[in-house]
Design a binder for this molecule. Structure first.
Ligand code: PHE
Length: 340
C-alpha cells in the first residue's frame, strides 16, 4: 500500500492539463468517489489495526495534495475555462477584430484633399473662434449690413465681437494676410451657425474652402476646376450647373449644383424634383477683399468656393439624415472603412 501511495503521489504532482477534458480526467482519477484514491481508502479497512493510523494519515495527506493540485490546475486554465492552448471548435467563425472605422466625414475630406492636391492646391488651416474682422469685415460684409444676418452667428463676446466662425472663408483672409500671392489652397474645417437641428441642418457642420489667386485667373478656371472636381468625386457622367447668386466677398457669384446622383436628373426627393443638388457657393474674389489683404486687384485676380462636406458625404453614401454624423451611433459608424 505504501508503494501505491508513492506512485499516486508522483502522478498527482507531475500531472499537466491543457484542456478542460484533461482536468476532468484528473478529477475522475484522483478526486471522485470512484477514483483511485477512494479505492485506497476502501483498502484501508483491511489494513491491520496497528498500521491503520499511519496509513490513514498518509492517505489523508494524499487527498489534500490531490485537492490542492486540482485547484492549481483549474486556475491555470483561466476563468472562462479556456486554456492557453487551443481547445475550441475549429469550425466556428473567428472572433472579430474590434478596430474602429473612419468617420464618413473624414473619408470625404480626405478624398476632397486628394483631388485638389493633384491640381496643386495646398491644405491650410485656421481658427474656429474668430474675430469679426476675419469672419465678416475683411470679407466685405459692410458694418450693420443685413448680409451679416445671412448666417446666424454664435457670439462669444460683443464689442469687440468674438464669435464661432460661420464659414471657412476666414482662412482665405488669414492666408492672404500672412503670405504673398500666388495662392492655391483648400481649407477644410468646422463651422457653426445658430440653426434649429433637423435632418437637413445642424448648429455645426463642415466646409472646405478653396482659393486660387494669381495673375490672370478667370471665371473659366473656376468652372473647369469645379467641373473636374465633380467628375472625380461623383463619377465621369456627373454634370455641373452654375446658378447666379450673391456673396459679399465674391463678384460675380454662383452656386454650384451637380446633376442628382440618385435619380440622374429624373427628379426625386433628394433633389426636390429639380434634378440638381447644390454642393458649393463660389465666385471671383471681390476686389475689396484683395485690397483688405493688401493685394493689388489690378495685378491679381482669383476665384473662391466653399463646399459643405456633409452634403457631399450624404450624396456619396446615400445618407438621408445629417444628425447621424454627430450621434456617435456605432451601428452607423462601423459601416465605414476600418482604421488601418
Ligand atoms: N462662405 C460661403 C458660405 O458659407 C461659401 C463661399 C465661399 C462662397 C467662397 C463663395 C466663395 O455660404
Amino acid at each position: 500500500m505504501t508503494e501505491k501511495v508513492e506512485v499516486l503521489k508522483n502522478q498527482i504532482q507531475g500531472f499537466i492539463v491543457k484542456t478542460n477534458s484533461e482536468l476532468e480526467e484528473f478529477r475522475l482519477k484522483f478526486i471522485s468517489k470512484k477514483g483511485e484514491l477512494s479505492q485506497l481508502f476502501e483498502e484501508l479497512k483491511a489494513v491491520p489495526a496497528d498500521q491503520k493510523r499511519t496509513m490513514g494519515q498518509m492517505l489523508n495527506d494524499l487527498k489534500k495534495l490531490a485537492e490542492a493540485k486540482f485547484e492549481e490546475l483549474q486556475s491555470g486554465l483561466g476563468n472562462d475555462g479556456s486554456s492557453s492552448a487551443f481547445d475550441g471548435d475549429l469550425t466556428l467563425p473567428p472572433i472579430p477584430n474590434k478596430t474602429g472605422s473612419q468617420h464618413p466625414l473624414n473619408l470625404t475630406r480626405y478624398r476632397i484633399i486628394e483631388i485638389f492636391e493633384r491640381l496643386g492646391f495646398n491644405v491650410e488651416d485656421g481658427p474656429e473662434i474668430e474675430d469679426d474682422w476675419h469672419n465678416f469685415t475683411a470679407l466685405n460684409f459692410p458694418e450693420n449690413h443685413p448680409a451679416r444676418e445671412m448666417q446666424d452667428t454664435f457670439f462669444i463676446e460683443k464689442n469687440p465681437d468674438v464669435l464661432l466662425r460661420t464659414h471657412t472663408s476666414n482662412v482665405q483672409i488669414r492666408l492672404m494676410k500672412s503670405r504673398k500671392p500666388p495662392f492655391r489652397a483648400i481649407m477644410p474645417g468646422r463651422v457653426y451657425r445658430n440653426e434649429a437641428i433637423s435632418a437637413r441642418a445642424h448648429c455645426f457642420f463642415h466646409q472646405v474652402e478653396g482659393l486660387y489667386v494669381d495673375n490672370n485667373v478667370g471665371f473659366s478656371d473656376l468652372k473647369q476646376t469645379l467641373y473636374h472636381f465633380a467628375k472625380e468625386m461623383f463619377g465621369r457622367d456627373t454634370k455641373i450647373r452654375l446658378r447666379p447668386s450673391f456673396f459679399p466677398f465674391t463678384e460675380p457669384s454662383s452656386e454650384i449644383d451637380i446633376s442628382c446622383l440618385i435619380c440622374h436628373g429624373k427628379g426625386c426627393n433628394v433633389c426636390k424634383y429639380s434634378g440638381w443638388v447644390e454642393i458649393a457657393g463660389s465666385g471671383m474674389v471681390h476686389p475689396n477683399v484683395l485690397r483688405n489683404c493688401e493685394i493689388d486687384p489690378e495685378a491679381y485676380t482669383g476665384f473662391a468656393f466653399g463646399m459643405g462636406i456633409e452634403r457631399i458625404t450624404m450624396l456619396r453614401y446615400g445618407i438621408n439624415d445629417l444628425r447621424l454624423f454627430s450621434e456617435n451611433d456605432l451601428r452607423f459608424l462601423k459601416q465605414f472603412k476600418p482604421v488601418m
